[in-house]
Design a protein around this ligand. Structure first.
Ligand code: LLP
Length: 427
């Protein structure tokens, strides 16, 4: 069988999996498992590639913090000039903690913002609020008036475009809770323009996540561009168009092996540029997954192997609380052994599962893997996005530690939680 890692960051050197030049077995010894391991070089490279793809348009890449909100990762991106897409006061606080200047490049999205969150963002003088309803428009106008600070704002429109992805993460259709329907935005823009402390500055949209075709993005942005032309003709000073995030990555090995992120970003940029046509606007982009997903793996140790009837189970020490994507979206993640000798060709179908008391606690079902025994290490791939950021303490499990690899250095960027952390806020 063929085992495919994720070069250049994650490769086999002398039959052992490494992150850059660091052996994963050493990291497991030092930091324990389950352990999130990120490659700084991959994150930098992907950010640069994506940003460069848009070099022919005025733009700002606003990395979507929800994908992975680790402070060291945010700091690295801020240093590279990234802006940020946030959806809560907590995410904004994280950005402020790593760089107060970066707050000027923050777009604030989300369907339910509180007055406190809006105040925090007004104080931080963020770039723009993406407003998603009439009520939010009024709330923002009132808070801004109270603070005597002008709020730059865009309305997030719902372009009613179908994107082929998991139904839980498709957001741009009429029946979804997101944005304002296209035919209603005209009135809201008029209403916004009448408010003294609102600066009507943009239009935004986001149609979903893990979308691998570029056509739906082009279709949605084409509708946004028509709207911008109409609004500009009506005297609104629209300078920003926010195309949202959503560009998917290849999770399957064969696709990952031949993937060319530069070509993909290029095609995406080209599609968006064409959709904008001759509009003179500053383009905002909110990628999360495309920047960080392939840059992370989850290292886990086999606790138990067992045979139940015809089924062979490999029970590892990571679980759905650490990585919920397979349980929640039936998502596919490649799993590879830490030790791999290409001369051994035998493989057997196994279910790789966690120790949590739910049948949904699995990482792979009927997956062909080389024989694994108790104590072996495995790596679950492409978990840099929506891995740690959606982890929980379910079953009173402590959250995993996180390590950032940069060349030959391995820095712990989040400690493993302790029992004390687990109970700290309870009486
Ligand atoms: N902008 C907005 C307004 C969003 O709602 C999202 C993601 C993004 C940007 C970033 O999208 P990305 O480029 O990462 O696709 N937990 C799910 C994904 C949820 C995405 C939610 N919104 C998963 O694990 O697949």
């Amino acid at each position: 069988m063929k085992i495919i890692a994720r070069p250049p960051a994650f490769t086999y050197i002398k039959n052992h999996l490494h992150a850059d030049r660091v052996p994963l077995s050493h990291l497991a010894e030092k930091h324990g498992t389950p352990l999130y391991v990120y490659s700084a070089s991959t994150i930098r490279e992907r950010f640069r590639t994506f940003d460069t793809a848009f070099k022919r348009i005025h733009h700002t890449v606003c990395y979507s913090v929800k994908a992975n909100s680790n402070l060291s990762l945010l700091k690295m991106l801020a240093k590279m000039g990234s802006g940020f897409d946030v959806v809560s006061g907590g995410e904004l606080e994280r950005v402020l903690a790593v760089s107060r200047q970066a707050a000027r490049k923050v777009v604030f999205s989300g369907v339910g913002k509180t007055a406190a969150e809006i105040d925090l963002a007004l104080k931080a003088d963020i770039l723009i609020f993406n407003v998603e309803s009439e009520s939010e428009l009024d709330l923002l106008a009132n808070r801004a008036a109270k603070m005597k600070r002008k709020a730059r704002m865009a309305l997030r429109v719902n372009p009613d475009v179908f994107a082929d992805t998991h139904p839980y993460i498709s957001t741009g259709m009429r029946e979804h809770k997101f944005g304002v329907p296209l035919h209603e935005v005209g009135d809201l823009y008029t209403r916004a323009a009448a408010r003294k402390y609102l600066d009507v500055a943009g239009v935004s949209c986001h149609i979903g996540s893990q979308i691998t075709a570029v056509d739906p993005f082009a279709k949605a942005l084409g509708r946004v561009a028509d709207l911008v032309r109409a609004l500009q003709a009506n005297g609104h000073n629209i300078r920003y168009v926010d195309a949202g995030g959503g560009l998917g990555i290849p999770y399957k090995d064969e696709e990952a092996e031949t993937a060319d992120f530069s070509a993909k970003s290029g095609a995406y940029a080209e599609a968006l540029r064409n959709a904008l046509g001759k509009l003179s606007v500053h383009l905002l982009l909110e990628p999360g997954r495309a920047i960080v997903a392939p840059a992370g793996l989850l290292l886990s140790r086999v606790l138990v192997t067992k045979q139940n009837g015809k089924k062979r189970f490999v029970i590892v020490d990571a679980a759905m609380n650490d990585l919920i994507r397979p349980a929640l979206y039936s998502a596919y993640h490649s799993i590879i052994p830490e030790q791999w000798n290409p001369m051994q060709s035998s493989a057997q179908p196994v279910d790789v599962v966690g120790p949590i008391c739910e049948t949904g606690d699995f990482f792979a079902r009927d997956r062909e893997l080389p024989a694994l025994k108790e104590g072996d290490l495995v790596a679950i791939l492409d978990v840099g996005a929506y891995g740690m950021s959606i982890s929980s303490n379910y079953n009173s499990r402590m959250k995993a530690a996180e390590v950032m690899i940069d060349g030959s250095s391995a820095k712990q960027v989040r400690k493993r939680e302790t029992v004390k952390d687990l109970m700290r806020l309870e009486s």
